[in-house]
Design a protein around this ligand. Structure first.
Ligand SMILES: [Fe+2]
Length: 343
């Protein structure tokens, strides 16, 4: 056999080996070995299922989702500890993420991922990132309220002129996070007094924000403490919905910007898939989808905010300056609500 022949044979053998080994290379893994990711989602199924399905299709990663309330899932994670099957926790509230972080259950995220977001949109230890923004606003009747007369501060709503005219939702998670922020800024005593004053001023309690906006349109109340996106959802079906919304004076705690966000458990079995999912949620088209469909604020730059009126960065300038991890101290807030007879 000539040297040329041998070289040919070797080349052919290598070629065949290459073809045979090809299915074993990454990207050609058989389905049986497909990756999976377990998510605890405090975001509702109706809201996020389309995104989760899209991720499954784009990345071939099977998703196991446990849906629940954000606080309830945070409690479950703390109870399960290192035995938790969850790879990631996606919450609709920074307080729930902060509670898991403070128990040391999240892994520090790669700098490259954190760098995709403005500094205030991940926690200072870099263990969770925001996926969308949700601002507290004051919604008001365009029929019965003159916008110029609205109070400068949320504390002004206990004034006698608003007697019986203000709606709130004491059992709502977003409202409770706002109360926690108020406690951090003004102290527990001031907030307890405000709750009592509001109650004495005949503030009307609603089961949730949608019911409250309906009551606002129906004339039961004139002002509602709510999240910014409800009004946009009502306008979808009724462009003449007789409600508008505004912020309090710059820096007032009533303008709290809360976030939905996500962190990866340090015990996650599939960290690569977890990080892929986080990155996916920050991709422009997925951020655009959330803003368009759910009216929450995008957290990365360059996304159109046409549907939500004011860019998040502007609202953040109006928002109180506080570390969102600190919103995790919910127990004291619930205690104040109970002491004021509101829960
Ligand atoms: Fe909500």
């Amino acid at each position: 056999m000539t040297t040329a022949n041998i070289a040919n044979k070797v080349r052919r053998a290598l070629l065949w080996m290459g073809i045979l080994l090809l299915p074993l290379l990454p990207g050609h893994l058989p389905d049986a070995a497909a990756q999976s990711l377990t998510i605890y989602s405090g975001r509702s199924k109706a809201l996020v299922e389309p995104l989760i399905k899209k991720f499954e299709q784009e990345h071939g990663i099977r998703m196991n989702v446990r849906y629940g309330g954000s606080t309830q899932l945070a409690v479950a994670l703390l109870e399960e500890g290192r035995r938790t099957p969850a790879d990631v926790f996606w919450a609709q509230d920074a307080g729930a993420l902060g509670a898991v972080h403070r128990n040391g259950m999240f892994e520090k995220l790669p700098d490259g991922l954190l760098a995709l977001l403005p500094r205030q949109l991940h926690n200072s230890d870099g263990t969770w990132i925001a996926t969308s923004g949700r601002a507290r606003v004051m919604a008001y009747s365009t029929v019965r309220v003159d916008a110029d007369q609205l109070p400068e501060s949320i504390f002004g709503l206990a004034d006698g002129r608003w007697r019986g005219r203000v709606g709130w939702a004491p059992s709502n998670g977003s409202f409770q996070s706002l109360l926690t922020a108020m406690r951090l800024q003004k102290g527990d005593d001031t907030v307890l007094q405000w709750l009592r004053d509001m109650r004495a001023n005949n503030a009307q309690s609603y089961i949730n924000n949608s019911a409250m906006l309906q009551a606002l349109a129906a004339g039961e109340i004139d002002i509602a403490l709510t999240n910014h996106y409800y009004l946009f959802r009502f306008r979808e079906t009724d462009s003449g919905f007789p409600v508008d919304q505004t912020l309090f004076a710059p820096g007032d705690v009533g303008n709290l910007v809360n976030v939905a966000g996500i962190g990866m458990l340090s015990t996650a079995r599939n960290k690569e898939a977890a990080l892929k999912f986080m990155q996916f949620l920050l991709e422009a088209e997925n951020q655009e989808w959330v803003t368009r469909e759910v009216y929450e604020y995008p957290v990365v730059d360059g996304i159109s905010t046409e549907t939500v009126d004011i860019p998040l960065s502007d609202i953040q300038d109006m928002s109180p300056d506080l570390d969102l991890d600190n919103l995790s101290d919910l127990n004291r807030t619930l205690e104040l609500l109970r002491r004021a007879g509101l829960l």
